[in-house]
Design a protein around this ligand. Structure first.
Ligand SMILES: *[C@@H]1O[C@H](CO)[C@@H](O)[C@H](O)[C@H]1NC(C)=O
Ligand SMILES: *[C@@H]1O[C@H](CO)[C@@H](O)[C@H](O)[C@H]1NC(C)=O
Ligand SMILES: *[C@@H]1O[C@H](CO)[C@@H](O)[C@H](O)[C@H]1NC(C)=O
Ligand SMILES: *[C@@H]1O[C@H](CO)[C@@H](O)[C@H](O)[C@H]1NC(C)=O
Ligand SMILES: *[C@@H]1O[C@H](CO)[C@@H](O)[C@H](O)[C@H]1NC(C)=O
Ligand SMILES: *[C@@H]1O[C@H](CO)[C@@H](O)[C@H](O)[C@H]1NC(C)=O
Length: 226
């Protein structure tokens, strides 16, 4: 009888724990996708076509942003742009099939000492100069990819890559479009919905705190009942 009670309680706590984890995932959408939405919303308001989200471009945007870590000072990033890095390093890292590597028609790269939510990031980071504004509203563009990465202490990096290539035929990901799992940050078009764009360490830390709390609760209850 006691054992049954305990099992029931344990089940209850596990349920509570997994519900709170789920709720966390639901409230944190993918900020990279949200940024693409903001770009498209802005383009729509200027009667321009919506851009298609390319996970291949998004993943490479994340890779490029990550390679610029350490080069953010005073909210300005100095990072070399070398297209060979894309074909030789970032594409293979992402699982972009090389024969489908298309044309990179423009990019925006910015950094901030702290994280900004997508609506602020669009105004302050993506379209904060004339060059970026004219790029976002270029009518030749077809695809877009956004990558965001940073540690919870900062700095954070935002990278947007654009292409004028035909949808679906370029930057194709291996493995039925899943590509290779990225360990840090988040990118648009990725299937991971609970991505927080901050480092995994931060996410795991929050999760382990909850786990410890749940274990302590179970422990106390076990001793209280017996
Ligand atoms: C374009 O994207 C915006 C933002 O996501 C959306 O509100 C709008 O309905 C889209 N327009 C079309 C024609 O798909
Ligand atoms: C689109 O972005 C431009 C550049 O930041 C801005 O001036 C304009 O107000 C935006 N339009 C909308 C509808 O958000
Ligand atoms: C940082 O940037 C701000 C605004 O652009 C400028 O006023 C300030 O002098 C800069 N500080 C340094 C140390 O470069
Ligand atoms: C970062 O900055 C340093 C010093 O300015 C430079 O040597 C290095 O190439 C930069 N890194 C990248 C990826 O551009
Ligand atoms: C738009 O992008 C295309 C392709 O990169 C470029 O050739 C063209 O000059 C751009 N147009 C404007 C108005 O910047
Ligand atoms: C691109 O691929 C998606 C899913 O694979 C499909 O729904 C869409 O119709 C395709 N678009 C074009 C222009 O081929």
């Amino acid at each position: 009888m006691e054992m049954k009670k305990l099992r029931l309680l344990r089940l209850l706590f596990e349920l509570i724990f997994s519900f709170s984890a789920l709720a966390d995932a639901a409230t944190h959408g993918n900020p990279a996708n949200e940024l693409v939405q903001m770009i498209n919303f802005n383009r729509s308001s200027h009667r321009l076509s919506n851009l298609t989200t390319s996970p291949g471009l998004g993943c490479m945007a994340l890779q490029y942003a990550e390679s610029c870590k350490g080069n953010c000072s005073n909210n300005t990033v100095h990072c070399r742009w070398n297209e060979d890095d894309f074909t030789e390093v970032f594409a293979p890292n992402c699982g972009v099939e090389l024969p489908t590597f298309g044309t990179l028609s423009g990019h925006i790269l910015s950094c901030r000492s702290k994280y900004l939510k997508p609506s602020l990031a669009f105004d302050q980071v993506v379209v904060n100069d004339k060059k970026a504004i004219s790029l976002v509203s270029n009518k030749s563009l077809i695809d877009v990819g956004v990558g965001i990465v940073g540690d919870h202490k900062g700095p954070f990096f935002w990278c947007v890559l654009f292409s004028t290539d035909k949808v679906n035929s370029t930057f194709v990901l291996e493995g039925h479009g899943e590509g290779i799992k990225q360990r840090k940050g988040c990118f648009s078009g990725s299937s991971s919905h609970s991505s927080s764009c901050t480092s995994n360490a931060h996410r795991n830390h929050k999760l382990s705190q909850k786990y410890v709390m749940a274990v302590i609760c179970i422990y106390i209850l076990q001793h209280w009942i017996t």
